[in-house]
Design a protein around this ligand. Structure first.
Ligand SMILES: [Zn+2]
Length: 318
């Protein structure tokens, strides 16, 4: 059985892996991403690194079925990638075709949020499920929506951009999002959003709290304080969970996922997230859409990208 290659191209490094056809990582390594001159060295560097690694392992491209690659920009179904700001302007052409010609192998390209979702569906927190929503809680809120095994991309490729679901109605917490609109999920439920809500509550509340000791305050401080029963921190976490649950409930009424996978830096807070979100989710959303639905923490960590990219390679049929 041939092997597959997964690449997760990020702004500072590209993560690469050679996997079995069933999705087990055999070798993984990293290559620095050179963003100079519109990232013109990115593809040659990847090519060189893969060829060296194959030689080192006594393999050739004939042993590889296909390459999957995730990139931090929207991708059209034909492999054309939009320009990525954090890759120094790399993109704006058919990266799948160009890199495929360079490697003499099929290359399947997708957005990095989508491949993380596919990775968790294939080998991670949603293993075995065909209807999955991945929620990545980082500086912003990213997402990937998989319905009946297929990634939802939509008209402009913005399907699954759940961080911009306009669901925050509370006037005290309707902050302007990076996208320019107000009320987006990520203005409240991302790491930056959690800190923003905490600061707003700190400015208004008279409740004694340990949160005013932190300069700068981080989302981790808020969760740690909540775990120590700090009343204000618990209110912030509660609002975070309530808002995220509302977004998840809305998604449930649309695609009825079997599993929500919660990943990203904020998810390291662990069970408190699942507990808080679950409390509101199961209480407020109609039964037919939530019955039997699981909310899980992501399990693949930094490997989600290469595994999800490799999922595309494994699905490739000539
Ligand atoms: Zn937004």
């Amino acid at each position: 059985m041939k092997k597959i290659i997964g690449i997760d191209l990020g702004g500072t490094t590209a993560k690469l892996a050679i996997l079995t056809f069933e999705g087990q990582i055999e070798t993984k390594w990293e290559v620095p991403t050179s963003t100079a001159e519109n990232g013109e060295a990115i593809l040659p560097n990847l090519q060189h690194s893969i060829m060296s690694k194959l030689t080192e392992l006594n393999l050739t491209t004939a042993d590889i079925h296909a390459i999957g690659m995730g990139v931090p920009a929207p991708v059209k179904p034909n492999g054309e990638m939009s320009v990525a700001a954090n890759l120094g302007g790399f993109g704006g052409f058919n990266v799948a075709k160009t890199f495929g010609d360079m490697m003499n192998l099929p290359v399947i390209l997708d957005n990095d949020a989508n491949i993380a979702a596919l990775g968790e569906m294939w080998q991670g927190g949603a293993k075995g499920a065909q209807n999955v929503v991945m929620v990545t809680l980082g500086t912003g809120v990213g997402g990937g929506v998989i319905a009946d095994g297929n990634i939802i991309r939509g008209f402009n490729g913005a399907g699954g951009e759940i961080g911009h679901m306009p669901i925050v109605c509370d006037e005290n917490f309707t902050f302007t999002c990076g996208c320019g609109k107000k009320g987006c999920l990520e203005t409240v439920s991302s790491a930056t959003g959690i800190v923003r809500v905490a600061k707003q509550m700190l400015a208004e509340e008279t409740t004694p709290t340990t949160l005013d000791q932190f300069h700068p305050l981080t989302a981790k401080d808020v969760f740690d304080a909540a775990k120590n029963h700090d009343v204000l921190a618990l209110q912030v976490v509660d609002y975070f969970g309530q808002t995220l649950a509302k977004a998840m409930g809305t998604l449930s009424a649309v695609t009825n996922p079997e599993v929500f996978v919660i990943g990203g830096g904020v998810s390291k807070a662990g069970a408190i997230i699942i507990d808080t979100v679950g409390k509101y989710y199961y209480d407020s959303v109609f039964k037919a859409a939530t019955s039997g639905v699981k909310i899980e923490l992501a399990t693949l960590g930094n490997d989600a990208g290469v595994i999800g990219a490799a999922y595309h390679a494994h699905m490739y049929q000539a």
